[in-house]
Design a protein around this ligand. Structure first.
Ligand SMILES: [Zn+2]
Ligand SMILES: [Zn+2]
Length: 341
């Protein structure tokens, strides 16, 4: 079968490899229906890498598929059923796993990053990583359950509401997912920063109330011109360290800052005193709320299909990666078994 292999820093190769086989009684083989390219896939391919990926693995951690084969101990699922996949496999015995923090497992065999993932025709997953999904929901939405689960889990920490004034940094695939989720949470005042004309347009399309084109205007000016006060909630969906010092100036007393974007190369200099004086809270977020995301996608108005810009075969995956790197793409969906009709 064909798969995209992460060969090492900067190199992703599509090639033929053997089909996966059931080796454990809880193993399941799925035919991959759709897989989405994540911003962290781009970070992982950067030099130096913004996130560690294990050389030799099948890349891609946001995917869904249809069950073709199951080990003897798998219960509650059927051959032919489409499932969503949680790529973070918990080891079960580290500190996090044994203290109700398994989402942060420090020994995780994360599919598509540290173990084989979903940019392939077939994938082997453990039954414990699978979720039932409404079979009527299109595959390009089900493939996005994983990033949505991360977004929902992070929003659960900061509980956005209709009375909050919210600033969101970033209008890439995750930023746009945040916009749709924030609207589902009832947020009415949302400023989004975007880089490049395409992304400004996409952010508006997705329902951002105000979009700041950072090449042309400053966030502070736009905020002051449009809002009575500062922001109650600031979300960083980019992961550059330079956002924090600015966020510090744009937040109301007792405001919340959510750090979501991840770039291990990012650095930041801030004045911690301001966080004390204004009782500002900073939240980091890495967890995944799959049940929450699976519930949200039942509502077609969530609109995760609004910002799919590229639909690709596995052979064309580099087209999507390049387009994301150049900020010409928002959501890129790869169909390893061929494009939908
Ligand atoms: Zn991801
Ligand atoms: Zn663990």
């Amino acid at each position: 079968m064909k798969a995209a292999i992460f060969e090492g820093p900067g190199t992703l190769t599509v090639k033929d490899i053997p089909m996966p086989e059931i080796t454990k009684p809880t193993d399941v083989i799925i035919k991959v229906d759709a897989a989405s390219i994540c911003g962290s896939d781009i970070h992982g391919l950067a030099i130096p890498p913004g996130q560690y990926m294990k050389p030799g693995i099948i890349y891609g951690h946001e995917f869904c598929g249809t069950i073709t084969e199951m080990g003897d101990e798998v219960q509650g699922f059927e051959i032919g059923e489409r499932v969503a996949i949680n790529p973070r496999v918990r080891c079960g015995h580290c500190f996090e796993c044994t203290h109700n923090r398994g989402d942060l497992c420090s020994n995780s065999d994360h599919y598509g990053q540290l173990a084989d993932g979903g940019f392939s025709e077939y994938a082997k997953v453990d039954a414990g990583q699978m979720y039932h999904v409404d079979q009527n929901i299109p595959v390009d939405i089900v493939a996005q359950v994983e990033p949505l689960a991360c977004v929902v889990s992070s929003l659960n920490k900061v509980t956005p509401s209709p009375v909050d004034y919210v600033i969101l940094y970033g209008a890439g695939p995750i930023g746009l997912t945040f916009i749709r989720a924030l609207k589902a949470f009832g947020v009415r005042n949302l400023i989004v920063t975007a880089k490049g004309e395409d992304r400004v347009k996409e952010a508006k399309n997705c329902g951002a109330d105000i979009v700041v084109d950072v090449a042309k205007e400053t966030l502070e000016d736009v905020m002051k011109a449009n809002w009575p006060f500062k922001a109650d909630l600031i979300i960083d969906a980019v992961g550059r360290g330079n956002i924090l010092p600015e966020a510090q100036k744009l937040i109301n007393p007792q405001g919340r800052i959510l750090l979501f974007g991840l770039d291990n190369n990012a650095r930041s200099e801030i004045a911690p005193g301001a966080f004390v004086l204004d009782e500002i809270s900073i939240f980091g977020a890495l967890g995944k709320d799959f049940p929450g995301a699976l519930e949200l996608i039942r509502n077609p108005e969530l609109g995760l299909d609004k910002f799919i810009t590229h639909r690709l075969t596995l052979d064309n995956i580099h087209e999507g990666i390049e387009a994301m790197r150049n900020k010409k793409a928002c959501r890129c969906i790869v169909y390893p078994n061929g494009l939908p009709e």
